[in-house]
Ligand binder design. Sequence first.
Ligand code: FAD
Length: 337
Amino acid sequence: MSDKPKIAVIGAGLAGMRLTQRLRGAATVTVFEKSRGIGGRMSTRRAGERRFDHGAQYFTARGAAFRDFLAPFVAGGTVAVWEPRLMNEVVRDAAGPAGEDDAGSTRYVACPGMNSLCRAMGQGADVALATRVATISRDGATWSLKTTGDTLLNGFDYVLCTAPSVQTKDLMPAEFAGHEALAGARMAGCYSLMLGFELPPALSWDAAFVKDGPLSWIAANHSKPERSGAEMLCQSDNAWADENIERDQDEVRETLMAAFTEVTGTDARQADYKSLHRWRYAKMTTPAGAPCLFDAARGLGAAGDWCGGGRVESAFDSGNALADAVLQDMRSAQPGA
Ligand SMILES: Cc1cc2nc3c(=O)[nH]c(=O)nc-3n(C[C@H](O)[C@H](O)[C@H](O)COP(=O)(O)OP(=O)(O)OC[C@H]3O[C@@H](n4cnc5c(N)ncnc54)[C@H](O)[C@@H]3O)c2cc1C
């Protein structure tokens, strides 16, 4: 039997998979993910032959740590540069989907779908999919998790949660020292509208930041490397999504389809595949203000894009920061440390 510490990581998005990569050598790590796939908000919807990146659209790498991490994935083809023709007339000079101006930055995508990076990171890892953690409770010196299916999982020395901040706040035990920071973090919603056509709409651009109205972004998903087909992906404005989050979903879809038609001149009703995805917690609007939240005394931690910049790279950085803190704690717990 292994005498390595036992760690539960909640969430198989980039922060969770980075934590897992970093901690696997020193601990027995199990990842619990409520969805049926790995990737979190770096997600790809499959519909027959069609593929839509309906979460993160692309990512940038501003820091050396993320650039160095990406280099082997770029060399191996799991990550590629996307150079879309951006529609200048409606390009926002700030506040794109990732919250800042990316002009001049290299835009990367994972291939063949946005979830491919986390999937590659998760190879060989112990990931329990379709497993939603419902409660975390003390059981003597360790932690127990209960799933929504009422399965009890015992004996974790550390529990590290990477769900969006609101969900992390709901899940973490009351004694977790990170609650105040979690309460300060804010996230906004977003709707993703997926439209599949028989042929690609005739457009002079591949992607556009849309200025006014309910949409904020439209992209030809098929223009990304290693994609084909005729798939258009639209994202709503975050404030608009929050205002309409409980609205009838058919109405939301119709409204966004009308906006697509208006911006592109292509009738959205011609699409033979139309689907709407609601993200309640898509984008960080107020960060928690720490690289990660770690309560060493209790063996509880939290990480995610909401700790920092609300981007893919922020999730990576936060996962790294929490891995550093846990490894340091494990070292200091060793006899003679
Ligand atoms: C529509 C949209 C567009 C975006 N566009 C961009 C962009 O262009 N560029 C960019 O850099 N970023 C973008 N982002 C943000 C980017 O996707 C995130 O910053 C990043 O993916 C967050 O990673 P994470 O690991 O912190 O969280 P997540 O990816 O959200 O991972 C958390 C995981 O926890 C799981 N989970 C939650 N609760 C439980 C539970 N109780 N039990 C088990 N599992 C649970 C979730 O299912 C999820 O898989 C976008 C996001 C959205 C939604």
